[in-house]
Design a protein around this ligand. Sequence first.
Ligand code: FES
Ligand SMILES: [Fe+2]
Length: 408
Amino acid sequence: MLSSEDNELLTRIGPGTPMGSLIRRFWIPVSFADKIEKPDGPPVRVRIMGENLVLFRDTEGRIGLVDERCPHRTASLYYGRNEQCGIRCVYHGWKFDVHGNCVDLPSEPSSSGFRDKIKIKAYACHEAGGLVWAYMGATDSKPEFPELEWTLIPADHRHVTRHIQECNWLQGLEGGFDTSHLSFLHGGAVESRMGVVPGRYEIVPGDFGFVAGTGRDLEDGNTFWTAAAMLMPFHKIIPSEPMAAHVWAPIDDENTMLYSVDFNPTRPLTDEDLQRTKAFRGIHTENIPGTDRAIQNKDNEYMIDRALQSSGTSFTGMKGLGIQDCAIQESMGPIADRTLEHLGVSDSAIIRIRRILLKMVKDEIAGVSPSPPPGSSYRIRSARFLAPNDRKFAEMIGEKMHIRDEVR
Ligand code: FES
Ligand SMILES: [Fe+2]
């Protein structure tokens, strides 16, 4: 369990909150890049970190992410005209460029100098991995872009989807590292899987975040390890085949955009690989067309099939790994009340993760946060491997998880 003060510290991400400031030190995904494919095409609404913004690509191909509210009389720039290197408010014609400068103010005499005093909030953007990312922190401490493996490979080597989770970002992240749920929540064959709980949980902190290891001791003297990476502030590199990743980007305190990625560093994904996207165990969801909301959602109880649940072939009766996670994380409420929990030994990873995050957020409050790690720190791979059971997990991860040279 957590005190309600610490729960607030870890979960609230709006402007000015400690966790909000910590996350804003890093690059945050805000959209698929193809939503603003064409220069001067229609702008897109973005809600991220509790802020309402408008995303557009200007005539020169530069990306702008600005406050949705026009600073004149607060009309929405979403209805604006994206034209000649700027977005123009359709109420009285004020126009802003990608840097937030007011480049035209036709409603006032040009001699007044008024235009030079007007600015709109604008964030730096970067395109990678088929997404647009924003940097929302202090302008003088923009970090290097994280060299996540799945963003460095050709587009046909990866498959990226996203869907909204109607709950706080930390519920998603914690769910991603809640190792003991795998045999239960995602149990496909209940009888055979229930109770098969791995015996060892290791969390190894690093400047990038931490590595979470789950080990099962085998009778032959080896331990079978799966090692997942948590990269600050909200990335997971999942140990699976093909490789996979998650990003829990906070929309606001009570909603999260979960990006899910399947990828293969060395070859394009095949149809067979992509079957995972539809298959029972896939991490992706099928969304209501034109939206980021899953077809299986809270309103229809995720289409739970009670007969399937009792049949022994699905622990939840819900189809899809992604939906099972989403359903159970949303079921804890928009912001889980962690004062009510009873954590046991199998929750040691969760406890360690919170300790790491709390230290980071308290450093943020004290003004002693270290700079984000260099982009190359993000070149980490998840891993699954066998090792003699007397070898220390922490000593093996450097060799097992570093990215291979061919991806550079
Ligand atoms: S409200 Fe935007 S120009 Fe007046
Ligand atoms: Fe899960």
